[in-house]
Design a protein around this ligand. Structure first.
Ligand SMILES: [Zn+2]
Length: 187
């Protein structure tokens, strides 16, 4: 029997793609990695393929995800970083043994220490989050303007004025809502 599971919203930034696996946090939240197998799927499309995942590893992934979300949100708001979230991010970063590999084509890919090492994959995500929150990369953390979303995203637009975590979902919905409101005003 196959069960329909919510699809992924993949962005260009690994750690905020990861926090995006729980969407609509301030509305009807959608869990996009509800099972260990779904995390395996997400890691595969994110260049961090593992063979298997346990429930404990999935729970650790959720914990890291919510810690990145909390720290990135605080950073976007220029609030002090939440200490427990920073601790989880650092623990995950330290516990992995992933290596960056340069391919002959000049691309970077990640090599995990073993095929079932979800911890290695989480360490790559944690390190990506650290780079962004520490301001090491060209861009700015911001929060999605959709009231039911408010996801932290990494704005790399030239003007740094992006308002939505994702143009195809939150941005589009908002545009449609505005369009409908205008239609009601001017029938
Ligand atoms: Zn959004």
């Amino acid at each position: 029997m196959s069960v329909m599971l919510p699809d992924f919203r993949l962005g260009k930034v690994l750690s905020t793609s990861f926090t995006g696996t729980l969407s609509e946090r301030h509305g009807d939240a959608v869990e996009r990695i509800p099972t260990p197998n779904r995390l395996v799927d997400w890691l595969a499309v994110s260049g961090l393929a593992v063979e298997s995942c346990t429930t404990t590893q999935l729970e650790r992934a959720w914990e890291l995800r919510e810690s990145i979300h909390a720290a990135a949100t605080a950073s976007a708001l220029r609030d002090p970083l939440p200490v427990p979230a920073v601790q989880v991010i650092n623990d995950c970063s330290i516990q992995g043994r992933a290596a960056a590999i340069l391919t002959p084509e000049g691309n970077r890919r990640w090599q995990l220490s073993s095929a079932s090492c979800v911890e290695d994959a989480l360490s790559v995500i944690a390190a990506d989050a650290i780079g962004i929150i520490a301001g090491e990369r060209d861009g700015k953390l911001a929060l999605c303007a959709s009231p039911t979303c408010q996801a932290a995203f990494f704005d790399t637009s030239q003007s740094r004025t992006r308002r939505w975590c994702d143009m195809n979902t939150c941005g589009n919905r908002q545009k449609k809502a505005r369009f409908n409101a205008n239609k009601r005003k001017n029938p």
